[in-house]
Design a protein around this ligand. Structure first.
Ligand code: NDP
Length: 348
């Protein structure tokens, strides 16, 4: 069957599409420009030449325009849609225009098109731990966050946010609320599965097209790892931001699984391997990438922040998604990602 993936050139989307193609799905990926479509096509043609014919791309210049999606959905008759496109950058100036509107109106536009297309049976909506975590309650040592928790952030909170990370969290929270209320207020032949990943770390698809061409192009979550592993052996370990994480390949597999499992309709799933801190990244990276120890801070080896804040529990989700015991450990993720980051640095 045919799956539409929005934001096909993104970090998580690229892995998701690669896994979909390997599983034999036909995929239509949406992007904002023809040059990005070209990158997506060339990336997957290089990695999976035999499956390349299963992939096509469509340019949707305005994420918030339902008509563009309606035309595309009607002409391709997808069985399901994975909505991944949403701004995840902290270098925006106008929070409403650059973050909230694309997140919220983009979600609405995709759902409108899905509702107008009878072939669509499921929408997988990529949300975030940001939709779960309630910063107003503080670090909450002893508390365990699960998918039952909701952040109270509103659209207004996003507009008046003190900084971009808060505006981002509001954009994700309101986009998720928008999706669930759309399902309640519209006649839909499809159901919704909401995936809420923690910080997503992991390697890039390794082609000359998909690999970031410079450090400036690093995606927001992998940049957190770069900030640690570029601090220098005697440097200061940077503060931990958003202390929960999961590997990108496991998130991609969760997206594929969430398409097909009937039981996941109407579910909200937290995707998080565990908590981490920057010192742990430094310790693990020094162990698994010893060649680059001179770049990675020693800090205070073994010191952990776990006791100072909340815990998370997504073990139920790991089983529900058929991934029980499979989510990768930080050792594997960093062994694959960190050497790539130094290669990106060499490029410029
Ligand atoms: P990327 O930045 O790599 O990808 C984001 C995708 O969304 C790109 O295709 C981008 O297109 C598209 N996009 C962003 N803003 C707009 C816009 N205004 N109009 C149209 N398209 C837009 O991020 P990720 O792959 O990490 O994120 C994918 C999804 O996963 C997002 O919804 C994000 O919120 C969510 N997520 C990510 C986490 C992480 O740690 N990485 C954690 C939890 C959730 P373009 O290249 O043209 O800008």
């Amino acid at each position: 069957s045919l799956i539409i993936v929005t934001g096909a050139n993104g970090f998580i989307a690229s892995h998701t599409i690669q896994q979909l193609l390997r599983a034999g799905y036909r995929v239509v990926g949406t992007v904002r420009s023809a040059s990005k479509a070209d990158v997506v096509q060339k990336t997957h043609a290089q990695l999976s030449p035999k499956a390349a014919h299963l992939l096509s791309t469509a340019v949707v210049p305005d994420i918030a325009d339902p008509d563009a999606y309606i035309d595309l959905f009607k002409s391709t008759s997808p069985a399901a849609v994975i909505h991944l496109a949403s701004p995840f950058s902290y270098s925006v100036t106008d929070f409403e225009r650059d973050m909230l509107q694309p997140a919220v109106k983009g979600t609405e536009a995709v759902l409108r098109a899905a509702a107008a297309t009878p072939s669509v049976r499921r929408v997988v909506h990529t949300n975030s731990f940001a939709c779960v975590y309630d910063a107003s309650l503080g670090p909450r040592p002893g508390y365990t966050y699960t998918a039952k928790d909701w952040t109270p952030l509103t659209y207004e909170d996003g507009i008046s946010a003190p900084n971009a990370p808060v505006a981002y969290r509001a954009s994700k929270a309101v986009a998720e609320q928008t999706a669930w209320s759309f399902l309640k207020t519209h006649q839909c032949d499809f159901d919704l599965a909401s995936l809420c990943p923690a910080m997503v770390f992991g390697p890039f698809l390794d082609t000359e097209y998909s690999f970031p061409s410079s450090l400036a192009e690093l995606n927001t979550s992998n940049r957190l790892v770069w900030d640690v592993v570029s601090a220098g052996e005697q440097g200061t370990v940077p503060p931990t931001k958003g202390p929960v994480w999961i590997d990108v390949r496991d998130v991609a597999e969760a997206h594929v699984q969430a398409l097909v499992m009937p039981s996941l309709g109407g579910q909200r799933l937290l995707l998080a391997k565990g908590i981490y801190c920057s010192q742990e990244i430094a310790d693990v990276a020094r162990a698994v990438v010893p060649k680059h120890r001179d770049r990675i801070p020693v800090g205070t080896p073994g010191q952990r922040e776990a006791g100072s804040h909340f815990a998370i529990d997504a073990t139920q989700e790991e089983s529900m998604l058929g991934q029980q015991g499979k989510w990768r450990r930080l050792e594997e993720t960093l062994a694959d990602l960190v050497p790539q980051l130094y290669r990106v640095e060499e490029k410029g």
